[in-house]
Design a binder for this molecule. Structure first.
Ligand SMILES: CC(C)(COP(=O)(O)OP(=O)(O)OC[C@H]1O[C@@H](n2cnc3c(N)ncnc32)[C@H](O)[C@@H]1OP(=O)(O)O)[C@@H](O)C(=O)NCCC(=O)NCCS
Length: 175
């Protein structure tokens, strides 16, 4: 789906293909310490701009990864991606701190689920990331298992929930 022109919108939140011009904005958004602690499973060094750009350059070139920019009121509010992990498709997202608490992640994920029809779809979330868990559950994801892995942001092993979206259920729960 990479490169496909897309404009799926839900309310004021719009998804579009990622451009290189978005990358410096994503970089600034992913530097936030609170966001890193929350997400837990993050880049080794969020201040390493070169590593970030190298990673995203690969992501942009990889057609197996679906990536979209989240636009809110014509500004880049974050990104949402879907990639193969351990043999299954996993979704991940990041919203810039100044855009939190406006329903943007929920609307973006709902729009993204229309954009990526493959099921099942998985998510891997630190057990104490209450915001992300709520977003996923509002979009129809349910608990499927648990795991534990090293968190760069916290410098320790962190427990996680594995969530699964088996079918397109729950779309109306966020409205
Ligand atoms: C988690 C994150 C995506 C939430 O984005 P958001 O746009 O603020 O989420 P929404 O506004 O759509 O909120 C959805 C629900 O989660 C709740 N929520 C959001 N952040 C929360 C938090 N920190 N603690 C508890 N609940 C929270 C909201 O109250 C809302 O619930 P409600 O509809 O029952 O009132 C955002 O904080 C973020 O990008 N964090 C850093 C990166 C990250 O953790 N990514 C996910 C990795 S799995």
């Amino acid at each position: 789906m990479a490169g496909r022109a897309s404009n799926s919108s839900t309310g004021a939140v719009l998804l579009r293909d990622v451009t290189e011009a978005d990358l410096p904005i994503f970089f600034e958004q992913q530097r936030n310490r609170e966001a890193n602690r929350m997400a837990a499973f993050t880049a080794r060094d969020p201040e390493d701009r070169a590593a970030f750009m190298a990673h995203w350059t690969k992501v942009l070139a990889d057609e197996s990864i679906t990536k979209q920019t989240i636009v809110f009121e014509e500004r880049v509010a974050g990104n949402i991606v879907c990639f193969m992990q351990d043999g299954h498709l996993e979704v991940g997202y990041w919203i810039g701190k100044e855009y939190w608490g406006k329903g943007i992640a929920t609307k973006a994920l709902l729009a993204f689920l229309n954009h990526v029809p493959v099921r099942p779809l998985y998510a891997y979330v630190a057990k104490d990331n209450a915001g992300s868990l709520r977003v996923l559950q509002k979009c129809g994801f349910t608990m499927s298992g648990e795991g534990k892995e090293y968190s760069n942001a916290r410098g320790a092993e962190v427990e996680a929930w594995v969530l699964i979206l088996r079918a397109n259920v729950g779309y109306d729960r966020a409205t």
